[in-house]
Design a protein around this ligand. Structure first.
Ligand SMILES: N=c1c2ncn([C@@H]3O[C@H](COP(=O)(O)OP(=O)(O)OP(=O)(O)O)[C@@H](O)[C@H]3O)c2ncn1[C@@H]1O[C@H](COP(=O)(O)O)[C@@H](O)[C@H]1O
Length: 96
């Protein structure tokens, strides 16, 4: 899988978890706690990215960015925002 396909694939898995309510899924656990809780998790993960960027190793930063991206995708999924919506907005802004 090409690197740029990973977020799309993860988003689809997240959508599947939410629709199937798969047992033992962390995504389902987040979904059941509701959007305010998921939004709060995004804030916490963003703070952890900041700490890692300023005071920890590159490896920790990579892990924290991955945590943030995952939680952001869950928040997008429960808000019915697709990755394509974000890609379109980024393309619209893009200056070359
Ligand atoms: N990419 C991720 C991913 N990144 C981070 N996390 C989870 O995010 C949590 C972050 O840790 P925290 O300490 O902040 O949270 P916690 O204490 O475990 O839980 P809280 O009670 O605080 O919510 C960990 O439990 C990680 O396992 C993820 N959980 C799932 N995925 C992927 O999402 C897909 C669906 O996973 P499931 O829903 O678990 O099947 C799969 O492809 C997974 O690989």
């Amino acid at each position: 899988m090409a690197g740029n396909e990973v977020l799309d694939k993860l988003y689809k898995i997240i959508e599947d978890r939410i629709s199937s309510q798969k047992e033992g899924s962390y995504t389902v656990k987040l979904y059941q706690k509701g959007k305010p809780y998921i939004a709060q998790k995004v804030g916490e993960e963003a703070s952890e990215v900041i700490v890692a960027a300023l005071a920890e190793t590159k490896e920790r930063l990579v892990e924290e960015v991955a945590d943030l991206l995952y939680h952001l995708l869950v928040l997008m999924a429960v808000s019915n925002v697709k990755p394509e919506d974000v890609y379109e907005e980024l393309k619209r802004r893009m200056k070359e």
